[in-house]
Write a protein that binds this ligand. Sequence first.
Ligand code: R2B
Ligand code: URA
Length: 443
Amino acid sequence: MRTGNINHAFLDRVLDGSLADFYYHFGLSSKDPLLEQMHGVRAIIMAGSGRRIREFAEHWSILNDGAEILAFPKDDRFIARYTADILFTSHGMGMPSASIALQELMRLLYFLKKGDLEEMDQVFWARVGTSGGLGLPAGSVVVSTEGVMADLKPYRLLKNVDGQYWFEGSFPVKICQEIIAANADSSMNVVSGKTVAGNDFFLEQFRLDGAISFETPETRMAWLQLLHDNGVRNIEMEGAMVAGYLNHWGFSRFAMICATLINRLEGDQVTSTPEQLHGFSQEAGAVLFNYLKTFLLEHRPVQSPPEDGQTRDAEPDWETLRQAAVAALKKSYSPYSGFPVGAAGLTEDGRLVCGANVENASYGLTLCAECSMIFHLCSIGGGRLIAVYCVNDEGQALMPCGRCRQLLYEHGGPDMLLMTPQGVRTMADVLPQAFGPVGFPYC
Ligand code: R2B
Ligand code: URA
């Protein structure tokens, strides 16, 4: 962990035993014997509802040979279950509620890990929930790259009498990529993008169906369009704070995964039946568990974050990109050549885009994997590519053909990094003296 923002003045007195800490909303204290069984915690999973927490814990227990499930004593507001090294807790609705859960959980983790920052940083945090989608069919799952407020700015709170503290809302790009890669084989529509957290389900989500409504159809749509143009893919009520608090302490492994209940571009009212809602939230859970199975159950070694926090989100993780390309390749349509190709690219705002080659009986109309990857990029709002990996069915790097280098150049420019059979090269290296979009009147 990288920051000095931990409240040592209070927490270290709990560690040295001169104070007991009361995790009041969970009905626990640092002296509670239950805590003795939780030092090995490897993940903290939060969700809005208690039902989801009970189901998640049961599912994780089953995946871990029926591991014992421990229940926290108090369950009037926040339900908490601990099983097989994961703490599952509900956080209620909205940032005021979720911030209570998160503050007590961070204090609890500090105590459980005896203030060892390295150990704390190995712990994976996630919020799994529901949301309104933007331009996505209901039932899609969004893995957030950044949590912002309704004005597209980060979460902030009053600090001192006349100041504000601005939190950093980004979600670690590497974790986002790993989650997408762990789900590349699934039939679910899993995408990444920014998430807006509204302080009111109606007013700060610009709905027209509240008892109070400030908007007209025009101002509502203008806001939704502004969000979409800025890479926002869903709207919920906690993410900007969750990312803000975890970033503040300097954690490097956390994520938010939300199923979309409706497409907000088409309406405001959530009309799903309870069964459909349950199905949607199970989808978000399935995306989480595909990740946990890969990264916790198989005891995959965790890569330590770079020392320099400033560069963390900008560095491509080549192995994750390669895995995403290998997973994308399984969707190749290549009956004529029998040569499937997969491509995966990372955008500068941390989204992962993938594609596979699509052949045609005419042969000449065949599309390379890079083409479908670029199509994917444009279909989720566009953006700049910073790194691309193309693979064959043995997972080895392939060199893009001349046409595809031109396509990549258009969306990545001369500095985009490309994995080649001879190692990482820039686009300027592999397409020298390129003909590009610079200088065209429409660019
Ligand atoms: C999504 O759904 C809840 C509101 O219905 C809220 O907790 C959220 O973020
Ligand atoms: N949760 C939200 O916060 N907004 C929606 O539109 C749906 C679920």
